[in-house]
Ligand binder design. Sequence first.
Ligand SMILES: Cc1cc2nc3c(=O)[nH]c(=O)nc-3n(C[C@H](O)[C@H](O)[C@H](O)COP(=O)(O)OP(=O)(O)OC[C@H]3O[C@@H](n4cnc5c(N)ncnc54)[C@H](O)[C@@H]3O)c2cc1C
Length: 384
Amino acid sequence: METSVGEQYEQVRDLVVSFCKKKIAPGAAKRDQSAEFPSGILHEMGELGLFGIFVPEELGGAGMDLMTYLMIIEEIAKVDASIAVTISVTNSVCGWPLLHFGTREQQERYLRPIASGEELGGFMLTEPEAGSDAASLKTRYRDVGDAFILNGTKAWITNAGVAKTFVCMATKDPSLGAHGISAFILDADQEGVIFDKPEEKMGLRSSKTGMVTLDNVRVPKSALLGREGQGFSIALATLDHSRLGIAAQAVGIARGALEEALRYARDRRQFGRPLYDHQAIGFRLAEMDTEIAAARALLQEAARAAMTPRRHSRESARAKLFASEMCNRVVASAIQIHGGYGYSKEYAIERMYRDARVTTVYEGTSEVQKIVISRALKQAAESL
Ligand SMILES: Cc1cc2nc3c(=O)[nH]c(=O)nc-3n(C[C@H](O)[C@H](O)[C@H](O)COP(=O)(O)OP(=O)(O)OC[C@H]3O[C@@H](n4cnc5c(N)ncnc54)[C@H](O)[C@@H]3O)c2cc1C
């Protein structure tokens, strides 16, 4: 994200852009085809501090701010959205709740290895029958004195099989609804945590996503995150934060698509001149550029709100809604500018088109973002 920030921000951007160019971009198409998980690249990214971007240095993190985090996700997504989501999930839906709701002991034990780049993290909320209606989840926990026992199935879990630590939501009793849900810190190596084979996805193919079965998993009492019954509000606060990362990912993919379209419109000639010189194409590019700038402005507004102590659900939902829908419009335009060649795997835009699609779906669909915004508006209407 471009914003009025200091020298450190610019230095980090230079470092990340150079890393993306040298290490991430060259193999992105191949990894997409083979669905290969980029362990080596991620190892280097961990060493650069990119697993704990906003975790304070005393906990092993990079100690950077939210604006820097969003810029990093945007730059990575511009070249490889799969790596962007792997990093974003580790930082936001896992690192953020551990940082904000974890005790010092929990942070030392679970957050430090993530923040210092040794391990990836993940978040287990969704279930086969509980997606948008996450409060209806059925994974159960029961208190057995010295521990909790978890049983259930989680679906669509990013970093399943590659992350070590997950924040996992489970209910004491589904009839209690949101109030029955608690958050647990789950170690992937615990007995009874069973990862299914990764999903065969349309896009983000080199990120890992899968189903997880929890079969009598014994979680120590010390791994309860926050208070019993606080899990759903931890999940909502986490999503308010993490949706900013998905909006940044969407802006990054769209920027990548605009660059591909510009390059193609410059080089491809029809009717005796470059495509760019046909006004319809130039106007389409102008609209793409404007839409990206508008999404980034909304994202910056939401990020500023997130840096205050007040709740920012409406701002985050607006940024995620607009940026993800914008991203899909922009990549579709970029395909159109490529003509038939946009339909070929030879061009990066084909991968970007598939990667973009999920941004309106995960971490709350566009419809869910509209529910969040319209609820906030209804509340605001009460005080008019
Ligand atoms: C690649 C990928 C990675 C993911 N990673 C994670 C992860 O790490 N952790 C995790 O917990 N989850 C993850 N998810 C799950 C994701 O958050 C859910 O897929 C998403 O929340 C939607 O849930 P659903 O798929 O069950 O769709 P559903 O909730 O069944 O929705 C289907 C459709 O109905 C619409 N709909 C539902 N309810 C309403 C309503 N009240 N009003 C209007 N429309 C409605 C939805 O918007 C959608 O269009 C991931 C998903 C994908 C695809």
